[in-house]
Write a protein that binds this ligand. Sequence first.
Ligand SMILES: Nc1ncnc2c1ncn2[C@@H]1O[C@H](COP(=O)(O)OP(=O)(O)O)[C@@H](O)[C@H]1O
Ligand SMILES: [Mg+2]
Length: 321
Amino acid sequence: MAETLLEIRDLNVRYTTDGIIARAVNHVDLNIEAGEIFGLVGETGAGKTTIALASMGLLPRYTSQVEGSIKFKGREIAGANENVLRDIRGKNISMIFQDPMTSLNPVFPVGTQIGDVIKWHNKSLSKAEVETQVDEILKMVGIAPERKREYPHQFSGGMKQRVMIAIAIVCKPDLLIADEPTTALDVTIQAQVMMTMRNLQKQLGSSVLLITHDLGLVAMFCDKVSVLYGGEIVEHGALEDIFDNSRSHHPYTVGLFGSLPDLHSRASRLNPIAGLMPHPAELPAGCKFHPRCPERMEKCQTGEVGASSSGTHSIKCHLFA
Ligand SMILES: Nc1ncnc2c1ncn2[C@@H]1O[C@H](COP(=O)(O)OP(=O)(O)O)[C@@H](O)[C@H]1O
Ligand SMILES: [Mg+2]
C-alpha cells in the first residue's frame, strides 16, 4: 500500500462577506498517495482553489470558516497554529499559483528569489552552497543558470512559470499543489511546463495535486481524478474510470467531456453545458447540478444525494443509486 500523504475528510469551507455566507466547499473527501498525480477538475467557482488554500493553511483567517479534517502524513492542518503550518509549507507541501506574473517579485533577480527560499529552509548553508543549488534547480527546470541575474520582466510567461516551479520544488516537497499552472500560457508552452513538472515528479518522487478546468491536461498527466461541482465532489475515479466512455458518468462530467474538442472529427464539437455554476451563497437544494442537468428527476430537487461506488469509481447522482 502506498503511503497516504494528504487525507481530507468531510471538509466544509464557508466564506462570510458582509453577512453573506458562501458555502464554497461541501463535504469533500480526498486522498492523495505518495508518488501520484491527482487531478481536481471543475469550472471556475467550483471551489478548487479554496481546497488548495485550506490544504496549505492559507485561507483568510477572519472571513473563512473551516470544518472537517485535513491531515498531512497524519498531522492535522485544519486549525493548526502558524508554527506547524510554516513547518509544513515549502518543506512538505508547496504550491504553484495560477498567475506567475503576480507571484514573482519584480524588483529582485530570479536567482535571488530562488536563493531566498533555499536559505529560509537551510539556514546553515554558505553563500556558495546556495548558489550551487540555485544553478542546479534552474537546470532542472530547463533554464540556463547564467540567467539567474535577470529580472522577471526579462523572462517569457512560460519561463516565469518554470521559475515558479523551481521555487516550489527547491525544497523537494512531498506534495506539489499546482493551481491551474498553465492557464495563462499558450498551448505549446503549456505542454512544456507540464512536461517539466512531470519529469520533476518522476525525479523527486513527489505527488502532485493538479488543479485545472482542462480535462485534456488531466487525461495526459493524472492517475486519479475528482470532479468538483458547487464545492462537492460529484465523481471520482482512477483515470481509466473517468475516461472510459463505456462506463456511467455523472451528467456534469458528461457535460465537461462534451465541451472538449473532438480529436477524431474535424468538425468542432464544442457543447458547453448550458447555464452557470451556482454562486456558493445561493446553492440550490438537492443536487447542486440539478438546475443545469439534462437528466434531472423530481427527487433531484430536494434532499441529499448519496454516492454509489463500484471499485475505484464513485458517482454522486440519483441515476446510479
Ligand atoms: N476570500 C473569499 N471571500 C469570499 N468568497 C470567496 C473567497 N474566495 C473565493 N470565494 C468564492 O468561493 C467560490 C469558490 O472559489 P474558488 O475556490 O476560487 O473556486 P475555483 O478555484 O474552482 O474557481 C467562488 O464563488 C468564489 O467567489
Ligand atoms: Mg481557482
